[in-house]
Design a protein around this ligand. Structure first.
Ligand code: UDP
Length: 453
């Protein structure tokens, strides 16, 4: 497996790797060296059914540890990655590269499919965002539908299997205001490599969650096969987080919040986390902090790195606890947690779905606005933060508090909680070991093809 070295990319790849190991395959993950000062906190021992561990191999991104902006990083990676990955494969598969039976790459390393093709290795792609995003990007980059432009910035996008998407619901990379050129290039390359070389596109989603868009995309676009949720619902909250679900952490996990959670009433706690990349501005943090105080909700808040010390709530009279990196799946599975305030990253969203925890989504960029739309209007398991009905980057504390209340105990909360309970069951059924769930069956078919059954 070839993974982009970001937390949100490594987690689904590792989790898929663990699934494949449980079917008797051997799994190696190749990724680039991580940024300077960042360690990879790998599970100390593998809990895989076969006793095999996932091996890690590292190749160079050509930057020798230099810190650069994302566009320069992506350029360097696509310039040096193919040669360095090819070398790595030759060094590690001594007889013939085709000893590696199949390569699974994720979308941010689109050239990995070309490397696989040149070495004669069959290739699959793991789509790590919802199938809805796959449909949006595919249709955008292949010019299959009109999207907003500078002259028509408010155009509503109507796609099969999805509710009408307004500008505020679209991923930031398809908007005319997008300033990240690297991502446009990347997605175009990815769809090109996928159509030429991929035999499978697997997705971290499940049929019951996105049935309409899965059916439509598989009919009209390159077929996509859901194999998720890759986080294992049956293991959520059991044992140490890293070992329970196969994830690795780029930051050291602070488990101190677990004992504190044990002392809180069922469904009373608000868990706040914005994933590994997004950071809130001072104004956004201040609104949220005030909302939590005014609402008197006990909370666990992930504030990465040194910013933790700056948050006044860290000494906030026992109402809440601030950690730099939480054992997220364990926190979500804890009976005390009643609401997840999230940026709407897809891993976090699926983890909350698998744990049955309703969400307040405060999306920042990338796929997050679309994920927020799905959570609110398709899955019905949460609300998006708004101010007077409008989407804003900074909302007041009253609006923030209103969104949390809506999920915790407002008039719609029973319906939202009921949907969350139903989807949790469906998530478990899709992947249950020994079962015939849709995702479980798809993984088995994929493995059968790899081993030539
Ligand atoms: N995560 C974690 N501890 C934290 C915050 C996040 O383990 O304190 C994990 C979370 O469980 C998820 C991943 O980091 O698997 C974040 O991925 P996501 O797609 O939600 O967001 P991204 O970081 O890519 O924006």
């Amino acid at each position: 497996m070839v993974a982009f070295s970001a937390q949100g990319h490594l987690n689904p790849m590792l989790r898929l790797g663990k699934r494949l190991i449980s079917h008797g395959l051997h799994v190696t993950i190749a990724t680039t060296h991580l940024q300077p000062g960042r360690r990879l906190f790998k599970p100390s021992s593998s809990s895989s059914a076969t006793g095999h561990d996932i091996d890690f191999l590292f190749y160079s991104d050509g930057l020798d540890g230099r810190k650069v902006d994302i566009d320069t990083f992506m350029d360097s990676l696509s310039q040096h990655g193919p040669t360095n990955l090819t070398k790595l494969i030759h060094q590690n598969y001594h007889t013939a590269p085709s000893d590696a039976n199949n390569r699974v790459s994720n979308p941010f390393v689109p050239w990995a499919a070309n490397v696989a093709h040149d070495l004669g290795i069959p290739c699959a792609m793991l789509w790590i965002q919802p199938v809805a995003l796959y449909a949006v990007y595919y249709r955008y980059y292949r010019n299959l539908n009109p999207f907003p432009t500078l002259t028509d910035p408010d155009l509503t996008v109507n796609l099969p299997g999805l509710p009408p998407l307004r500008t505020e619901d679209l991923p930031s990379f398809v908007l005319p205001t997008n300033t990240f050129g690297a991502f446009s290039k990347l997605f175009s390359e990815m769809f090109g490599a996928m159509e030429k070389h991929a035999s499978w596109v697997l997705a971290n989603s499940f049929h019951a969650l996105e049935a309409d868009v899965i059916i439509n995309s598989s009919k009209d676009l390159f077929p996509v096969v859901p194999v998720g949720p890759l986080v294992d619902p049956s293991l959520l909250g059991k044992g140490e987080e890293e070992e329970a679900d196969g994830a690795v952490n780029l930051w050291e996990v602070d488990h101190s919040c677990m004992e504190w959670l044990d002392e809180q009433a069922a469904g009373s706690v608000v868990y706040v986390s914005f994933g590994s990349l997004a950071t809130l501005s001072a104004d956004q943090s201040a609104s949220l902090e005030r909302a939590l105080k005014e609402g008197r909700w006990p909370f666990v808040w992930v504030v990465k790195g040194t910013e933790a010390g700056e948050l006044s709530t860290s000494s906030g009279g026992g109402q809440g606890i601030v950690v730099a990196w939480a054992p997220q799946t364990k926190v979500l599975a804890h009976r005390a947690v009643g609401c997840f305030v999230t940026h709407g990253g897809w891993n976090s969203t699926l983890e909350a779905v698998a744990a049955g925890v309703p969400m307040v989504v405060y999306p920042q960029w990338s796929d997050q606005p679309t994920n927020a739309k799905l959570v609110e209007d398709v899955f019905g398991v949460g609300v998006r933060v708004r101010e007077n009905g409008d989407v804003k980057m900074v909302v007041g504390s009253e609006e923030m508090g209103r969104a949390i209340r809506e999920v915790m105990d407002g008039p719609k909360s029973e319906q939202i909680k009921g949907n969350a309970r139903r989807l949790k069951i469906a998530a478990g059924e899709a992947v249950a070991a020994g079962g015939e769930g849709t995702s479980k069956v798809s993984v088995r078919k994929f493995v059968d093809e790899i081993v030539g059954r």
